[in-house]
Structure formats: structure tokens, C-alpha cells
Design a protein around this ligand. Sequence first.
Ligand code: UD1
Length: 344
Amino acid sequence: MSVKKQILVTGGTGYIGSHTVVELLAAGYEPIIVDNLSNSSAKIIDQIEKITGVVPVFHHLDLCDEKATRDFIDNHPAISGVIHFAAFKAVGESVAEPLKYYKNNFYSLTNLLTACAERPVNFVFSSSCTVYGQPNHLPVAEDAPVQPAESPYGNTKQVAEEILRDTAKVSKNLNIISLRYFNPVGAHASALIGELPLGIPQNLVPFITQTAIGKRESLTVFGDDYNTPDGSCIRDYIHVVDLAKAHVASLRALELNKISNYEVFNIGTGKGSSVLEVIKAFERVSGEKLNYTIGSRRPGDIEQIWGEVKKAEQILGWKAELGLEDMMRSAWAWEEYLVEHPIV
Ligand code: UD1
């Protein structure tokens, strides 16, 4: 009987983490979730069980606690891979409270790397296309220059990538992939897990679905005077299930020694969609008329970005399969599910 590989998933009850746990189980891994539940609910464990029939192992742990993190890793000698999602991620909050972001996102990362240093570990990190700022060339490829960060949140992603690269360089044990996500949206096809924004959503798709369901009065489109075909900003939206699968593909590539040391990969569809196109796609698949107005630009927004995604296809053997309508349909089904089954 083959023994399942144990994979530590930090932040495994969060939005991308929970979808990745489901895909890890489907791929025959044994995920072990740690989370401090600062921005997620333990009820997600039950939801994962409803989808997979498996109750994933869960430990309530704050990775900022160095000793607890070291003890946890020492007590789990079979963990061979780590997918590190646990981090704060709200751009606006990071501007208001930079130290909260620097402390949380760096202590957790460095504690985890230190605890793992003594054994061979395949490590996957959640980075962001935010490191590119507004690129000069589109689609933007992995070798494009990293631009000065617009926010402490963005800076934590840039510096974390440097910490990982420098650590992998001198470590005999750690091989590391950073995945630069474009804009993750959508929900699991079962509608049992999805994004759970705290308070008023800052991101486009949860704001759309909350407006359509009646939780918000109206969506404001942040600017229609950009230099794009319809004047609204363009992003590369990626279905969270495709994104979750990219983590499994990354682990596999590390296990097969396709990557030594450190590599970064763009994880997107390679296709840009404007805010107005996203709204239209939502209206098409939901049959709802969305209440929205055109407002002024949001400070800090870039005009347009989409990714060059060939590297992930060539080396990880991964590419996105789901389109914008799948993203909107699943996001809407999740919002409707929450009406009957609130998760707090
Ligand atoms: C934002 C963050 C980015 C982070 C990502 C995580 C900023 C400036 N950037 O990306 O660093 O990695 O979230 O998911 O916050 N929009 C509206 N009305 C709304 C909300 C959004 O028109 O109510 C527009 C925005 O102007 C943007 C697009 O929708 O053009 C997507 O916005 P959002 O979902 O917030 O993602 P990003 O800004 O791309």
C-alpha cells in the first residue's frame, strides 16, 4: 500500500487554501491544514468534508509563534511539502497598518522556513502579479522587472520572494516555487466553498455578487476613462479551482526535480477582461441585472495587466481550463448558497 504524501497547507481554511486542500485530496495527497482563523472559519473543514468525504486534519496554530511552529514541524516528520498561503492580504489595511502586515507576513514565513530547514521540503508560496506594477509589455512574463510596491501588502510579496530565493540558494533541503497569481475569482463547482470577504468586499467579483443578492446597493466601476477598448481597467481573472490545481502541479514538478532551487511562475489565463466585460459575463450567466454606476478611478489601480503563462504550461504542465463565465457562474452559485447556509 502506498503511503500518502503529507502536505502542510498554511491558511488552508482560507479562500485559495480550501480549494487547494480539495484538489490535494483528489490528487491522493494527505493535506494537513494549519490556520489561526484570523480571516476564515473552522466551518470550512465541514464544507471540505461534504465535498471530498474526508475530514482534513486541522491544527489551530499561529505561525508567528516561533516555538509552536518549530514544535509542530518537529512533531510531523512525514511532511514533505508545504504550501504557504497564510498571510494578510488587504491592500488598504496594509497602508493604514504597515507593521501589522510586515510582522505577520514575515514572521510567519521566516518561522516556517527555519522550522523546515533540517529536512527536504518542497515549498510553494503564494505570490501575486502585483509585483509587476503596471508592466511596459503585455502579456507580462516572469522576467519582467519587479516595480516598486504600491502598498505594504505588495511589498510583503516582493520581499517574501527575495527571502525565498536567498534561502533556496544556500539550502540543501529546500526547493521553492513562487506562484504569481493574477486575479483569483469564482468558487468550487459544488458551491460549498468560496470567497468569504470580511466586511465590505474590496475586490470586484464579491462586490458584484453581493450587490446582485441585495447585500450592497450598487457597484461602482472605478473609472471608464482608461486607455482600454471600453475605458475600464483590464485584469487576468483566474478561476480559483484552476489556481488550486496549479499548486498540485507545482508540488509534482518539485517532486520530479524539474525545479531546483527557486522558480517563479505566472498563474493566470493569459487573457485580459475589462471590468465592464466581467459585469456583462455576470449578467449573462446569472440572468440578473446588476445595479452599477461609473465612478472615479481608485487610487493605486493599474490600468491593465494580463499574464504570459507559457512557462507554467511548459514546466508545470498546467494551464487554466475554465473561462470567465465559469468564474461568474460559480461565484454566483456560492453567493446564493450563502443565503441559505451562512458561514461566519
Ligand atoms: C487587488 C489588489 C492587489 C491584490 C489583489 C488580490 C489593489 C490596488 N490591488 O487587485 O494588490 O493582489 O487585489 O486579489 O487593491 N473594481 C471596481 N469596483 C469595485 C472593485 C473593483 O471597478 O468595487 C475594479 C478595479 O478598479 C480593478 C478590477 O475591478 O480594475 C479588479 O479589482 P480588484 O478585484 O480589487 O483586484 P485588483 O485591484 O486587480
